[in-house]
Design a binder for this molecule. Structure first.
Ligand code: DI6
Ligand code: FE
Length: 405
C-alpha cells in the first residue's frame, strides 16, 4: 500500500462534473481544501489558471460518511450465522456464550498490530467505495487495556489511511464474563475508571451505550451519559433495536448526536429526538442479517423532520457489511427511503451524526477536499446498483486516493 502522503495532490481546477441535481459544476482545490465550487462558466479568475483535472461528465458527490461502525475486532462469527439460519435468535446466541462476548475473547487475544492489519483490510473496502470519514467504536475489549487497544488502532487507521476517524467509546456494550451478575460494578468501572482514563489519553470523541434487555438498562445508560457529560464528551446510543427501552428519549435529554437502530422507537422517542436535533441512524444491514420484521418508524421520523442517516454498522455479529452503497440500496428497498434521502443519509446527515457537519458531508468552499467522482449518469444509480463499485476517483483529504484523473 503506498503511503497516503505519496498520493497525488488533488489541487487544481476540476471541470466536467455533474452535480446530483444534474447541473454541471466545477471545483477548485487549493492546499487540499475546496477553494471554490460553482457553475463552470463562473470560475473566478484566480482559479482559472490552476492545473486542470477533467471530470468528463462524472457525477460528483461529497465524500461518503460511515457514521456507525465496530470496525476493529479479532476473529469473525460465521458460526453464528449458521446457528441463526438453523433457527436460533440473536438473543439466544448471546445467551449461549456467543455474540459480542465471543468477539471480546478474540479481540483480547489479538495484538494491536493484528487488529490494525485486519481492520485496515476492511477499511480499504469502504475507502475504495468513496468513504472519507468513518466512526469506529470500541466495545470488544470491555477492560481498560483492551478498549485502549481498540481505540489506539482506530487512531492509527486515521493516520495510515488519510481518513477522518471519529472514535466512540462503547465500554458499555456487553457485560464481560468476569463481571457475570455484577452489572452495576462493571458500569461503575466504565464510568469511574475506563472513560476518564481513555478520555485523558485523547482517545474518545464520543460515548455510546448498548441500551437493551441483553445489555445495559436505562438507569445504567444514564449513569454512563452522566459520566460523559461531566467530561463534556458528546453521547450517542444504540437505542430500541430489539425492544422499546425508552433509550431514545433519554439520549435526547442528553443532547445526543444520534440514536441508532431504533426499529422499536415510540412516538415519544421520535418527538424527543426531533426536539433535541438528534440524528436517526438507520442500519439496514443489521435489520437484514437478523431477519428483523419491525421496521423503523420512517414515516414518523420524516414527518417530524428528524434527519436520517444510513450506515453499515459494520460488526462481526449482526452486520458484516463493507459497502455503504449497498446500505443505501437497502435503506430504499427495505425501509422505503427515497433516493435523495438515502444519499443524504450517507453524506450530510451522517456527518451531522458525528458532529462533523462543518467539515464533511457537503461540497463547499473552505472544507477539506473530500469528494467522489462516479461513472454514473443519474443520481438514482447510486442507490440502484448493488454489488458493484461505480467509483471513478476519490479525492480524500486533498489527495487523489483512488482512481486517476
Ligand atoms: N448493536 C449492534 O448491531 C452490534 N452491537 C450493538 O450494540 C452488534 C455487535 C455484535 O453482535 O458483535
Ligand atoms: Fe452497532
Amino acid at each position: 500500500m503506498p503511503s497516503f502522503d505519496t498520493l497525488p495532490s488533488a489541487d487544481g481546477l476540476w471541470t466536467g462534473l455533474t452535480r446530483l441535481d444534474g447541473q454541471p459544476c466545477a471545483i477548485a482545490v487549493q492546499d487540499g481544501r475546496i477553494a471554490w465550487t460553482g457553475a463552470p462558466d463562473a470560475v473566478p479568475t484566480e482559479c482559472a489558471d490552476l492545473p486542470g483535472h477533467a471530470g468528463q461528465g462524472a457525477l460528483v458527490t461529497p465524500g461518503l460518511v460511515d457514521c456507525h461502525t465496530h470496525l476493529v475486532y479479532g476473529g469473525q462469527r460465521a458460526n453464528e450465522f449458521a446457528m441463526r439460519l438453523a433457527g436460533a435468535s440473536y438473543e439466544e446466541v448471546a445467551k449461549a456464550g456467543g455474540g459480542i462476548v465471543s468477539s471480546v475473547r478474540a479481540t483480547r487475544a489479538a495484538s494491536e498490530d493484528e487488529l490494525f492489519a485486519s481492520a485496515s483490510a476492511r477499511l480499504r473496502s469502504l475507502l475504495a467505495e468513496g468513504v472519507c470519514a468513518i466512526e469506529i467504536k470500541s466495545g470488544y475489549g470491555l477492560a481498560l487495556a483492551h478498549e485502549r487497544k481498540q481505540l489506539r488502532v482506530a487512531r492509527r487507521l486515521a493516520a495510515a489511511h488519510g481518513v477522518t476517524v471519529r472514535t466512540t467509546f462503547l465500554g458499555a456494550h456487553a457485560l464481560p464474563p468476569e463481571f457475570e451478575g455484577r452489572s452495576q460494578d462493571y458500569t461503575d468501572l466504565v464510568c469511574r475508571e475506563m472513560l476518564p482514563a481513555l478520555h485523558a489519553e485523547g482517545l474518545v470523541d464520543a460515548v455510546d451505550v448498548f441500551c437493551e434487555r441483553i445489555a445495559f438498562s436505562l438507569a445504567e445508560t444514564e449513569q454512563v451519559f452522566q459520566a460523559a457529560q461531566a467530561l463534556s464528551i458528546p453521547v450517542k446510543l444504540h437505542a430500541e433495536q430489539l425492544s422499546d427501552m425508552g433509550g431514545a428519549a433519554l439520549a435526547a435529554r442528553y443532547g445526543a448526536l444520534s440514536c441508532d437502530h431504533i426499529e422499536h422507537l415510540s412516538p415519544e422517542g421520535v418527538a424527543a429526538m426531533a426536539a433535541a436535533g438528534t440524528v436517526a441512524v438507520l442500519l439496514p444491514g443489521a435489520y437484514y442479517t437478523l431477519r428483523d420484521t419491525q421496521l423503523p418508524p420512517i414515516a414518523a421520523l420524516r414527518a417530524a423532520g428528524v434527519p436520517m442517516a444510513v450506515s453499515t454498522d459494520h460488526n462481526p455479529g449482526t452486520s458484516p457489511a463493507l459497502s455503504l452503497l449497498l446500505m443505501a440500496n437497502m435503506a430504499c428497498t427495505l425501509f422505503r427511503l427515497t433516493v435523495p434521502e438515502a444519499i443524504a443519509g450517507i453524506t450530510v446527515h451522517a456527518a451531522h451524526a458525528l458532529g462533523l457537519q462543518d467539515s464533511h458531508g457537503a461540497i463547499a468552499a473552505g472544507r477539506p477536499a473530500n469528494f467522489v467522482l462516479w461513472d454514473l449518469q443519474d443520481a438514482a444509480e447510486l442507490a440502484y446498483w448493488f454489488g458493484q463499485r461505480p467509483v471513478r476517483a476519490v479525492v480524500r483529504q486533498g489527495r487523489i486516493a483512488e482512481g486517476a484523473v
